[in-house]
Write a protein that binds this ligand. Structure first.
Ligand SMILES: *Cc1c(COP(=O)(O)O)cnc(C)c1O
Length: 450
């Protein structure tokens, strides 16, 4: 037995505003560019796709604080504030002088942080008169979150789900259907993009990029229909800052300040959420915290990608985004951390990385599960395969602190639980998981196209 310590805030302490780091960055992220006209994108260019409020948030580089609408804050109360936990069990197993804390976003009804952005996105669409929403989902977490949120705010939802996940992870599809959404395996025959891909390659397992293209195509063609995205974009990162803002108060309760903050990295939303409120103090020069993004070795956009303008999706429907990318044509291996299989990274996070505020590390599949199992055995919670990457990076830093004999305070974000991912754990436990190595040549093919 070891000590247990949780830091719990009351409902009253749920933040009333999100934090917009772009307003305080010295080097602002470069604008998105319209691929055809080569003109910078303005808020109104997003109006056909997103709610106006979210479109304005996307390009807002002036307001440091943005109000959380009261009905959204009310819905946050179902699962927020989320706990901050001192991981005494993990510390003991590692025999490390490091103090390890994790912010537990797995307590949301959908099991991940994604609901933090799904709720405001659904809400803004509703009050602006939309009736339908389309989206894509990789491993199913975003689709599940948006299904929950559209059910709360009474909207119809169609979800394009990457085919490999649709088949490997049927329970997330059932979750979406339970909350009333329609789920379609992507590539599908319901869009021009899908039909073209299936005709050329009937075996194609799908990718997030293709699913995004299909969802956008349907949204554009359907009246009163908007599209919603669960990662990568600035407004999503903005909504996720509620994680770090709460964590900041909770670290104060613990009378500590993190030396290192870690999050796993797909498109960057949970990483942005836990880190941006702390990066603030690095930007203003009062702290010197390290921020580590943990990405899979099989999809290494930050560690091996290139900073350039690229499309957010495979078919090129999105504007050009300035980001670290492996190329929009890159198809990652079928790793079990489906939520991390994205070729690029958000533009704010990319700029912060370029300016040296953020570091990245890559974790292979087997090490990620090994870390997840140790966490489950020491802290009780079975983490999402995505979150395992953050845990592996945390363990690495805690062992380094032990070697160096220094006390480090490490905070990581537990982005979700793995209870709907037990098929992946089965594979790991029976020794059937493999690591994927990527040659420089393979990466260069798509990465260096732009
Ligand atoms: C989607 C997801 C991720 C990756 O997405 P980010 O936008 O990079 O946060 C990580 N963890 C979980 C549990 C997810 O559902």
């Amino acid at each position: 037995m070891h000590k247990r310590k949780k830091f719990i805030l009351s409902e009253k302490e749920i933040p009333h505003q999100w934090y917009n780091v772009a307003a305080e960055m010295k080097n602002k992220p470069q604008p998105y560019i319209n691929a055809t006209t080569k003109e910078p994108i303005e808020a109104k260019d997003f109006y056909p796709l997103f709610s106006k409020e979210v479109s304005r948030q996307e390009v807002n580089q002036t307001d440091v604080w943005i109000d959380i609408p009261e009905p959204v804050r009310e819905e946050y109360k179902v699962y927020r504030p989320s706990p901050l936990v001192r991981a005494y069990g993990l510390e003991k197993a590692l025999d490390t002088p490091a103090h390890i804390y994790f912010k537990n976003e797995s307590v949301s009804p959908v099991g991940s942080h994604k609901l933090n952005s799904a709720l405001p996105q659904a809400y803004y669409n509703k009050i602006e008169g939309a009736t339908n929403i389309t989206t894509e989902t990789g491993a199913g977490q975003w689709g599940a979150a948006l299904a929950y949120a559209t059910n709360v705010f009474d909207l119809e939802l169609a979800v394009y789900m990457v085919r490999v996940s649709y088949e490997q992870k049927p329970y997330r599809r059932s979750m979406m259907q339970t909350w009333g959404a329609q789920v379609i395996a992507s590539p599908s025959m319901s869009t021009k993009t899908g039909r073209k891909i299936i005709t050329e390659n009937p075996q194609y397992q799908g990718s997030l990029g293709t699913a995004i293209s299909e969802a956008i195509e349907l949204a554009i063609q359907t009246p009163n229909c908007k599209y919603a995205l669960g990662s990568v974009l600035n407004h999503v990162s903005l909504h996720q800052t509620i994680i770090g803002l709460e964590a900041e108060k909770q670290m104060e309760m613990a009378e500590e300040y993190p030396d290192i903050v870690i999050g796993c990295f797909g498109g960057g939303s949970n990483f942005s959420g836990i880190t941006f409120p702390f990066i603030r103090y690095n930007i203003n020069g009062t702290k010197n915290t390290r921020f580590i993004a943990a990405e899979p070795s099989s999809c290494p956009k930050l560690t091996r990608g290139k900073f350039r303008y690229d499309y957010g999706d495979q078919a090129g429907f999105t504007p050009l985004i300035p980001m670290y990318t492996l190329g929009s044509q890159f198809t990652p291996s079928n790793i079990h951390a489906g939520g991390l299989r994205y070729h690029g990274a958000g533009s704010i996070v990319s700029q912060l990385m370029k300016d040296g505020y953020i570091e990245a590390t890559d974790i292979n599949q087997i090490d990620s599960f090994k870390a997840g199992v140790l966490f489950a055995q020491t802290e009780g919670i079975i983490p999402a395969p995505e979150s395992n990457h953050a845990i592996a990076a945390t363990i690495h830093e805690a062992l380094k602190a032990k070697e160096e004999g220094t006390k480090k305070t490490i905070l990581f974000n537990l982005s979700g639980h793995g209870l709907v991912d037990m098929a992946s754990y089965d594979k790991y436990l029976s020794g059937d998981l493999v690591n994927y190595t990527l040659t420089e040549e393979t990466i260069a093919k798509s990465r260096d196209l732009g």
